[in-house]
Write a protein of this length. Structure first.
Length: 293
């Protein structure tokens, strides 16, 4: 697995596969291309969490926060360097720098905790249809949803390794004024992955829904495609959950201002138990042709 290649979109475990270069340095094996021809931002965050986990014993990542510095070439490997900031009995902290060539492209700090007993409570998810009752994005009929823009049609694109089923196809593809939408997601090919890789993959999956959640209300209001890019993201892993089992991402976007928008998602299992929560800030700009002069 030493040769680098484009991801075939089938086995999601390959997304987090790393080549150990020694001294807490790693390189990815495959690159996931986004719609803009760059390395998919979710893969950067997932790889950083996966690499940091390789330097930790008997603890799981419970929180991670990262900054997207610049775009990366999906057809070239990235180098991931982990700095061991702190190692304690219960917690440890890692700083991760992802670079390509001589340029830094992503920075992340991740905290890990040893399993321990403590108070336990959770919110329950609002009732929604079960994923088995919903159509896959691959099976959506664009003509039955709405008149879709080219950008909206891209949201129907299906990765063979990931099963995505929106609760409301129209909300998922076109949006609504409050930006709320829900989508079920799982990756059957993740079965058998380590606990660390499951968490890294969940971080990767969030980028399928967060940035577009922030831009959808703007697209609906302005009637034009919004140019968007991830700026920063935080994720909190509340409970262990395998990425090959169904997860429902309940998304919203409370604000957009100064060319930036916030998107959030609570992630629930099929029993309605919250397993993770995340928030992302995205750059949102109108195409130059529609910007005021």
């Amino acid at each position: 697995m030493s040769s680098f290649r484009k991801w075939d979109a089938c086995d999601v475990r390959e997304l987090m596969a790393l080549r150990d270069m020694g001294n807490d340095r790693f390189a990815n094996i495959v690159g996931h291309r986004n719609h803009n021809g760059k390395l998919f931002g979710g893969q950067l965050m997932g790889l950083a969490i996966e690499a940091a986990s390789r330097t930790v014993q008997a603890k799981n990542c419970h929180a991670a926060s990262g900054y997207f510095v610049r775009g990366a070439d999906y057809a070239r490997p990235v180098e991931i360097a982990v700095d061991r900031l702190f190692d304690g009995n219960s917690f440890c902290l890692r700083r991760v720098t992802v670079s390509q060539g001589d340029q830094s492209i992503f920075h992340l700090e991740a905290s890990f905790q040893r399993q321990e007993e403590g108070p336990s409570r959770t919110i329950k998810a609002p009732d929604q249809p079960a994923p088995q009752a919903l159509a896959r994005t691959a099976d959506l009929d664009p003509g039955a949803v709405a008149d879709l823009t080219q950008t909206q049609r891209k949201r129907i694109y299906v990765l063979p390794g990931i099963d995505m089923r929106p609760v409301s196809p129209n909300d998922y593809l076109v949006g609504r004024p409050d930006g709320r939408r829900s989508i079920w997601m799982r990756a059957p090919s993740a079965e058998g992955a380590s606990e660390a890789t499951h968490r890294a993959l969940i971080a990767h999956f969030t980028d399928f829904v967060l940035t577009s959640t922030a831009t959808l209300p703007q697209e609906e209001a302005d009637g034009v495609r919004a140019l968007a890019a991830s700026l920063n993201q935080s994720i909190w892993f509340l409970r262990a959950h395998p990425a090959d089992r169904w997860m429902r991402f309940d998304c919203d976007t409370p604000s957009a201002q100064n060319g930036r928008g916030i998107a959030r998602a609570d992630i629930f299992d099929e029993d309605g138990i919250i397993v993770a929560t995340t928030a992302q800030e995205a750059l949102i700009r109108q195409p130059r042709a529609t910007q005021p002069t």
